[in-house]
Design a protein around this ligand. Structure first.
Ligand code: DAH
Length: 341
C-alpha cells in the first residue's frame, strides 16, 4: 500500500508541475483527487487494513491528498502568472514602431484646375465672386441683351423650371448681379456650374462648369489691349510661359465687338497634332468689350463705362491641361481615373 502511495505521489507531482494550462491541470485534479482516483481507492481500502497499518497508510494518503491539493493550487498561480505575462508580451507597445499610414483622398481634378485658375486671376487683382445656379429669365437672358425670341437664345438650349426660372445656362449672369450691387472700377471672376439641354458625348454634357471674367472702368480706361493682355497672362499661367493667344471676330449679344480666343496648342507648341486637329490652335472661349446695353440694364448711364468680359469652360481647360479626351470621365466617379491626379 505504502509503495502504491509513493508511486502515485511521484507521478502525480511530476505531472502537476508539468501542466501548462488550467484545462490540463483540471484533468489532473480529477485524475488524482477525483472520486474515481487511485488515491480515493486506497483510502476506501484503509478500513480493511490492520489497526497499525490503517493509521499509517491513512495518514500517508491524507498527507498526499493535501500535498497534491497544495501543488495544484500553486501550479494554478504559476500558469496564470505565465499567461498574463504572455499577454503583456503580445500586447507590448513598441513606441518606436513606425505608424500606419492613413490613406488620404485628394481634390477632384476639376477642383484642382478651378483653384489654379482662381489663383492666376487673384494674382492679377481679380475678385472671386459667387453666383446663383438657378436664375430668373431676366438675369440669365434679358439683361444680357438676349430678349425673348432673340435668335442667340437658340445657342443655349435650356431646361426650364415650372416657376419660369432656369438652371443658369451661363455664368455671364454673374456680371448683372454684381454690377447691380457694385460700381466700377471692378475686376471679378466667377466659376460655377451651368446647365444646358444637350446630349452627352465626349465633348458635351448637360452640366458643366464655366468661368466668367469681367473688368470695367470709366470710359477710355479699358481697351481690347487690356483684354488681350489679361487673357494671354492667364493662358501662360495655366498652360506654360510659351503659350500664345489669338483673337478671332465673333458674335455674342452682350459684347461689341465680340471675339473668340484660342491658345496655341500646348502639346505640339503650334506645329499641329491630334489634340489641336492639326491646326496648332485650340479654341477656348468667347469674349468682347461689354455692350453698352448691359450697362444700361443694370442702371449705369450709357457711355460712362467701358470694359471687357470673357467666358470659357473649366472641363475643357482641364481636358487640355491633362490630355483627357472625354469630359464624361470627370463625373463618372471611376477611381482609376480620379487617382491619376
Ligand atoms: N456666356 C458665353 C457662353 O456661354 C461665353 C461668353 C462669351 C462669355 C463672350 C463672355 C463673353 O463674357 O464676352 O457661351
Amino acid at each position: 500500500m505504502k509503495n502504491k502511495i509513493d508511486k502515485i505521489k511521484d507521478l502525480a507531482l511530476k505531472e502537476i508541475s508539468k501542466a501548462r494550462n488550467l484545462a490540463d491541470l483540471e484533468k489532473l485534479r480529477v485524475k488524482y483527487l477525483g472520486r474515481k482516483s487511485e488515491l480515493t481507492n486506497v483510502l476506501r481500502g484503509v478500513k480493511n487494513l490492520s489497526k497499525n497499518e490503517r493509521k499509517e497508510v491513512g495518514e500517508m494518503a491524507n498527507k498526499l491528498r493535501e500535498e497534491m491539493d497544495e501543488n495544484i493550487k500553486h501550479q494554478v498561480v504559476n500558469i496564470k502568472r505565465r499567461e498574463s505575462g504572455d499577454v503583456k508580451e503580445k500586447e507590448k507597445i513598441d513606441v518606436t514602431y513606425p505608424g500606419r499610414k492613413i490613406s488620404k483622398g485628394h481634390l477632384h481634378p476639376l477642383t484642382q484646375v478651378r483653384y489654379e485658375i482662381e489663383e492666376i486671376f487673384k494674382s492679377m487683382g481679380f475678385l472671386t465672386v459667387d453666383g446663383r445656379e438657378v436664375e430668373d429669365e431676366f438675369h440669365n437672358f434679358d439683361a444680357l441683351n438676349m430678349p425673348k425670341n432673340h435668335p442667340a437664345r437658340d445657342m443655349q438650349d435650356t431646361f426650364w423650371l415650372k416657376n419660369g426660372c432656369v438652371p443658369r445656362t451661363q455664368t455671364s449672369s454673374v456680371q448683372i448681379r454684381f454690377m447691380k450691387e457694385n460700381k466700377p472700377p471692378l475686376r471679378i471672376v466667377s466659376i460655377g456650374r451651368v446647365y444646358r439641354n444637350e446630349n452627352s458625348d465626349a465633348t458635351h454634357d448637360f452640366n458643366f462648369n464655366q468661368i466668367e471674367c469681367l473688368m470695367v472702368d470709366e470710359s477710355g480706361k479699358i481697351t481690347v489691349a487690356h483684354f488681350k493682355s489679361v487673357v494671354s497672362e492667364f493662358m501662360k499661367g495655366l498652360f506654360g510661359k510659351e503659350t500664345k493667344t489669338r483673337l478671332r471676330p465673333s458674335y455674342f449679344p452682350f459684347v461689341e465687338p465680340g471675339f473668340e480666343f484660342d491658345a496655341s496648342c500646348p502639346y505640339c507648341k503650334g506645329r499641329g497634332c491630334r489634340i489641336c486637329k492639326g491646326t496648332g490652335w485650340i479654341e477656348l472661349g468667347g469674349a468682347g468689350m461689354v455692350n453698352q446695353k448691359i450697362f444700361t440694364s443694370v442702371g449705369f448711364s450709357e457711355d460712362k463705362y467701358e470694359g471687357f468680359a470673357f467666358g470659357f469652360g473649366v472641363e475643357r481647360m482641364a481636358m487640355i491641361k491633362y490630355g483627357i479626351d472625354d469630359t464624361r470621365l470627370f463625373y463618372g466617379g471611376d477611381l482609376r481615373f480620379l487617382e491619376q491626379f
